[in-house]
Design a protein. Structure first.
Length: 335
């Protein structure tokens, strides 16, 4: 079983069956009874819409487990769902995690997976998994550069011979872009909007670089007006949302430039030839590949299915376990 335990979405891959589950990483809990009411898509619909005794949580923040018990609950639920309630032999699980996490955070992920019923837990750095999932030849002695923009972290890595030559992990990604839109709406339009609305704005009118015809697109945004305290509708256009996201995007660009500066010359030559691969949910932001290409002068390709790259990578590693054994960054076995 391969799991991409993401800040925004959790995806599960089962050997021989492919991707069997893709759900938001959200859990809704009844605080009085301390039981989960919903997990995944159902719980996401409850974000910002719950009564006092129910709380909808995202157990992962910035790519790491922020709420251990809830994360374990969520993993258990997903593993059970995948096996459709059948009594199962404890599975071998490969989990993709951000490359910049600490030893304690790594142990927390292993512990949660073991508690959720795994026999063997292997950890693989997300950029390596994403590169394998995107079809990059990571086993060959050529330089491959990948940028994996998730919900909580952006991973920039240069890979060669099944290993990471250089990597940088910044805790600025999809969530920060949504947060920047929320702050912009509050500051410029005096409108308070929720997490789901800002995400919708990002998907519909968000762009990282001016694109033909896209700048004319407008969207009506509903929220609470700060001054009157009443619900209000405001129309926003693509250029102002691009301006709102400029700051977090510049942090991502800087991380890419820093990694390129530190790349050994032979690998840098390979990267200029092959280009940079863009993966993760953030790769779906319109014009992001053009922006990175404009800033670095290197061709940028977007992976065929950016959202599934990490989980497909964990699946490929499972299916070619012996050949790709060197890619793991941690392993624990439950007795």
């Amino acid at each position: 079983m391969g799991i991409d335990l993401g800040t925004a979405n959790t995806l599960v891959y089962v050997s021989g069956r492919g991707i069997v589950l893709q759900e938001p990483s959200v859990v809704a809990i009844d605080q009085n009874l301390k039981v989960p009411l919903a997990v995944g898509e159902e719980a996401k619909k409850m974000l910002g819409r719950t009564p006092g005794n129910v709380v909808a949580l995202r157990p992962l923040r910035d790519g790491v487990i922020a709420d251990f018990d809830t994360a374990e609950l969520m993993l258990k639920h997903f593993i059970r769902r995948v096996h459709e309630g059948r009594q199962l032999v404890s599975p071998r699980i490969v989990i993709g995690i951000p490359s910049g996490v600490t030893g304690v955070e790594r142990r927390a992920v292993m512990e949660a997976a073991t508690q959720a019923g795994a026999r063997d837990v292997y950890l693989i750095d997300e950029p390596v998994a994403a590169a394998i999932g995107a079809g990059l030849p990571v086993a060959e002695p050529t330089g491959n550069m990948i940028i994996d923009i998730g919900g909580g972290t952006t991973e920039v890595a240069v890979l060669s011979l099944q290993g990471t030559v250089l990597s940088e992990s910044v805790r600025v990604a999809g969530d920060e872009l949504s947060e920047a839109i929320t702050q912009y709406m509050k500051k410029v339009h005096n409108l308070v909007i929720g997490e789901r609305t800002s995400e919708e704005i990002k998907i519909v009118v968000g762009s990282a670089y001016p694109i033909d015809n896209h700048d004319e697109i407008a969207m009506d945004v509903r929220g609470l007006h700060l001054l009157s305290g009443l619900p209000r509708t405001v129309s926003v256009k693509a250029p102002e949302i691009r301006e709102a996201m400029a700051e977090p995007l510049s942090v991502i660009i800087e991380a890419v430039k820093r990694t390129l500066e530190r790349t050994p010359p032979e690998l840098a030559a390979d990267i200029i030839d092959r280009g940079i691969m863009l993966a993760g949910g953030g790769a779906l932001l319109k014009g992001l590949d053009t922006l990175i290409s404009h800033e670095t002068g290197i061709v940028v390709h977007v992976a065929a299915d950016p959202l599934s790259c990490v989980v497909l990578g964990t699946g490929r590693v499972l299916e070619n376990f012996k050949q790709l054994e060197r890619v793991f960054s941690g392993h624990s076995r439950s007795m």
